[in-house]
Each structure stands twice: as structure tokens, then as C-alpha cells.
Write a protein that binds this ligand. Structure first.
Ligand code: MTE
Ligand code: MO
Length: 401
């Protein structure tokens, strides 16, 4: 199958990058995207990516990767809140604990997870709620991500539900807390914990140990992470160490202060007047990203150009992607892939175009989902102080020469 060949090829390229030719490798395969260049250093298991910080690692995927359904593991973006990530995890001795309001406390080894439970797979988009935050005006606080704080992978693991069934929830169980294994640099920084309400659980929520047919890369949460298809990735706790069932919501920083939008119809507020109430960001809105061409690209007059990109939402599914070459005055439908990767995956799109005028040209892409939601124009985007859920119509500017 195509995918297997692809990974063979990817492994060779990654190998080349690892022996030191990172700069050359980077400039040969990636153009500077949205004015940000890929770094000239690469993290283990990663090709050079756009780096915002090295401790904690904050790495963005370049735009030109978004032309196919699966994002290669070595180009998948990375976001950690805390610098003290364990440097060694032994797969032989690692266990995941399930405790709190359960009939039986569990400590399950990786091997038991892989052999004693139903194994399930889902292809799903993982996207940071702050993806494309840099497009908000005025500036919203936080990492000024471009378009690449997202990726799509096939995740393999076990259903969270099956684990909880084995532990047996007590009658008053209501909240499930998930801990990552990393530590803050200062005591007062809270741990990265996400609490899910029992009602948010369905059979699609899994504990994944594999991504695109391989162990999770270390930086993407080895050996085990939570996968919640359709939801923003702040909930997809990485490097899971502990699951605690409680009957009371603990007000923890990350989910109680960060990762929230105004609790009103437009989910909006102004810089001067913050909304009085907020709610979690949870489900992803409809979005598309153009992977080819990229900003600053030069295309020949009268040549055959195939604009390519990806579109997704929270699982309702993409109905169509429209492309405009006249700054949004008229739109034409792009071709979509067969959709067999499922409703949580990227839909890849293609649009054939022949430029007939010299000079600057803007390609715009707009996705519409199965319940009729569509991306707004960039100037219609509603602002929120956290800079979350940006989904303006995507655009890239090229030059026809
Ligand atoms: N343990 C742990 N899990 C975490 C985080 C974290 O800081 N620690 N960050 C979350 C956020 S905000 C994002 S965007 C995703 C990033 O996942 P990735 O690094 O695999 O791309 O992980 C989520 N899970
Ligand atoms: Mo995030």
C-alpha cells in the first residue's frame, strides 16, 4: 500500500537529517512559510520544524506538509506546557494507573494494554485551540502559531471505556482526571491535568500507544496519550501516567483559566471589554488549510497549477471545499478525496487552475461542513482574548511570472 512506501521514504529523509545536514535538508524540502523559517536544528525523531521554544519544545509543522490526509510523525507539531519532560521511559516497566472512585485499582502494563483489550484505530485530527492565533487582530496573548499547530494521524490503542469498565466505576463517579508525566520548573505552576466529565466519554475516546503504525514519538506523548476525536488537543493528554476518578470537579489552571472562550453566542469579546463568563473550547470548528502553493511561491504564466490542501471539522464531515482566485468574489468547487479515512480525518482537496495574468495572485480556500457551517472571511472573525478557534478563510499569495 501507498502508506507503507511513504513511511519507508520518510525514514530515509529523517535519517539524512539526523546526520547533520539539517539546514540544507530543510531548505531543500521547505520554503519559509508565512515568513517563518524552519529551524536549523532538529529534535530527536523530528525533522526540522518551525521552532518557538526549545524548552519546553514548541514546534510547528510547515504549511507545505498539509497536502495529504496523514501528517508524518517526524513532521507532526509539538506543544508542551512544562519544561521538565521525563528523559527516560522504560516500556517494560511502564504502567498506567486507574484509581479513585473505582471498584478495583488498576496498574496496567503496555503489554497488557496491547494484548488484553480490544484494539481499535481511528484517523483523527489533533489541533491546538490556538492554531493560527497569529491571525487575530489585535494580537491575542499566547504562542503566535501560524497554520501548523495541527496534524492528522491514525491512532491505535484501547477504548478508555473498556479500561474504566475493567476498573468498575463507583456509583458517584463523575469526573475523570488525566495526568501527564512532566513537571513544571517551579512548584507553583500547576501540573498538566485534564478532567473529563463522564458524559463526554464515548467509544471514540481512546488511549493510544501508536501513531501512523509506529510507537508514538517521544515528543507526541510516548508511551500513551488520550485521543478525543473532534475535540481540540488541549484535552489529548500526552505521556499519560495516571487516571483518577472523582465525584468533584477540581478547578485546575489549564482547563479553568486557559483553553476557554467567551460563553456567549458569538464566542466573542473585545480587547477592552472581556466577557464575564467563559466555557471550554471543546469541539473544533470547520476549517481548511492550503498546502500547495505556499506564500511567496512563483508560478509560471499559463502553467497547470493544482492547488492542494486539507479540510476538517469536529466530525460532522466536510461537504465541500471552495476555492477563489479573485479574492473571494467567486468560488469554485475543489475535488475531495474519497473520505474513506473517516469523519474525524482530514479531507484532502485539489483544484486545477491555469494562471493567465502576470503578477500577484491570491488563492483562497473555504470549507463547508455537513451541517452547513462554513469558514468566515478573515475580517469577519470574532475576537477572543485567548486567541482560540481561529477558522478564517485560508489564503496564500503567490506571484505569476
Ligand atoms: N502531558 C501533556 N499533554 C498535553 C499537553 C501538555 O503540555 N502536557 N499539551 C496539550 C496541548 S495544549 C496540545 S496543543 C497538544 C499537543 O500535542 P502534540 O505535541 O502531540 O502535537 O498536547 C496536549 N496534551
Ligand atoms: Mo494547545
Amino acid at each position: 500500500m501507498e502508506r507503507r512506501d511513504f513511511f519507508k521514504k520518510a525514514a530515509v529523509v529523517a535519517g539524512a537529517a539526523a546526520v547533520g545536514s539539517t539546514t540544507a535538508e530543510a531548505s531543500a524540502t521547505h520554503q519559509p512559510i508565512d515568513n517563518r523559517k524552519v529551524s536549523d536544528v532538529a529534535f530527536p525523531e523530528k525533522r526540522p520544524l518551525i521552532m518557538y521554544s526549545d524548552r519546553p519544545p514548541l514546534l510547528e509543522t510547515p504549511r507545505d506538509v498539509f497536502t495529504s490526509i496523514l501528517t508524518p510523525n517526524d513532521q507532526f507539531f509539538v506543544r508542551w506546557h512544562m519544561p521538565d519532560i521525563p528523559t527516560h521511559i522504560d516500556p517494560e516497566t511502564f504502567t498506567i494507573s486507574v484509581n479513585g472512585l473505582v471498584e478495583r485499582e488498576l496498574k496496567i502494563s503496555l503489554n497488557d494494554l496491547k494484548t488484553k483489550f480490544d484494539q481499535v484505530e481511528v484517523t483523527a485530527v489533533l489541533q491546538c485551540g490556538g492554531n493560527r492565533r497569529s491571525a487575530f487582530t489585535p494580537i491575542a496573548g499566547g504562542i503566535q502559531w501560524g497554520s501548523g499547530a495541527m496534524g492528522c494521524a491514525t491512532w491505535k490503542g484501547v477504548r478508555l471505556r473498556d479500561l474504566l469498565d475493567q476498573a468498575g466505576l463507583k456509583k458517584d463517579a463523575e469526573w475523570i482526571g488525566f495526568n501527564g508525566s512532566e513537571k513544571a520548573a517551579y512548584y507553583e505552576t500547576p501540573e498538566f491535568i485534564r478532567e473529563l466529565h463522564l458524559e463526554e466519554l464515548d467509544d471514540h475516546v481512546i488511549l493510544a500507544y501508536q501513531m501512523n503504525g509506529e510507537d508514538l514519538p517521544y515528543l507526541n506523548g510516548y508511551p500513551l496519550r488520550l485521543v478525543i476525536p473532534g475535540s481540540y488537543s488541549d484535552s489529548w493528554v500526552k505521556m499519560l501516567s495516571n487516571i483518577t476518578v472523582t465525584n468533584e470537579y477540581k478547578h485546575l489552571f489549564f482547563m479553568d483559566v486557559a483553553y476557554r472562550v467567551p460563553d456567549n453566542e458569538c464566542e466573542c469579546e473585545t480587547h477592552e471589554k472581556k466577557a464575564p463568563k467563559t466555557k471550554p473550547i471543546t469541539k473544533m470548528n470547520v476549517k481548511s488549510v492550503i498546502g500547495y502553493p505556499t506564500n511567496g511561491g512563483k508560478l509560471s504564466l499559463n502553467s497547470h497549477v493544482v492547488v492542494r490542501g486539507v479540510a476538517f471539522d469536529d466530525g460532522h464531515g466536510i461537504k465541500k471545499v471552495l476555492v477563489s482566485t479573485d479574492e473571494g468574489k467567486t468560488w469554485q468547487e475543489a475535488l475531495l478525496d474519497d473520505g474513506k479515512a473517516g469523519r474525524y480525518a482530514y479531507r484532502a482537496f485539489r483544484f486545477a487552475f491555469k494562471p493567465t495574468k502576470l503578477g500577484k495572485l491570491i488563492f483562497m480556500a473555504k470549507a463547508i461542513n455537513n451541517i452547513g457551517e462554513e469558514q468566515p472571511f478573515a475580517n469577519e472573525i470574532k475576537w477572543n482574548h485567548g486567541g482560540y478557534k481561529y477558522n478564517g478563510i485560508d489564503e496564500v499569495t503567490v506571484e505569476i511570472v
